[in-house]
Write a protein that binds this ligand. Sequence first.
Ligand SMILES: *Cc1c(COP(=O)(O)O)cnc(C)c1O
Length: 230
Amino acid sequence: MIDRDRLAANLEAIRLRIARAAVRGGRDPRSVTVVAVTKGIDRATVQLAYEFGLRTFAENRVQEAWHKFVSAPLPSDAELHLIGHLQTNKVRQAVRLFSMIHSVDRLRLVEALARRAEQEERRLPVLVQVNVAGEAQKHGCRPDEALALVRAVLAAPHLELRGLMTIGPLTSTADEIRQVFRRLRVLRDELQQQCGCSLPELSMGMSNDFEIAVEEGATMVRIGRALFGA
Ligand SMILES: *Cc1c(COP(=O)(O)O)cnc(C)c1O
């Protein structure tokens, strides 16, 4: 378990790096939310992060999140997001547990989430996950499938479309990573035009590439290791 001082120092360093990247990108640092990725992190450490001011947390597996947070929910001013692949047989739990789903990547999932959100009588914010780099091992829709997904979410009254999400390519140069984030932003701009809708959120950037993501317009950076250690 990471100690207090180390966590505080990591968070301060991340905030500083975000602020500098925002300035380089001509953006307001306050437009970037740190999403603390707590997979593999114990509940007590999550609480410590909360005490240091973090309010947005994310898990990539429903089961782990369920065990960690159902018995010990986050304070009511904090949010828990799902950032990993969501199987349709976990949709019921996911709709109960999460404030936002970043990983909506297929029509069947849109339908399942829409139905369950209606049954739970809530409006669920979602992001459409796009596999911009076209890496075979990754989830996310193809860029040319995003329009159909966006339209399906917009047509579902119990879902609230907030934007797009992507995962940067893993083994690439900084320039290749930048191209991927830029393409997500351009795709967002095109989809807003085509649908006449607003897609304010861009969830992109992790520990190894969040500064590039901020320079390219990220509004949510998903950070695990840089915050909690490897
Ligand atoms: C684990 C994970 C992250 C955080 O990765 P780090 O490299 O630990 O910052 C971000 N996004 C997704 C989808 C993840 O699964």
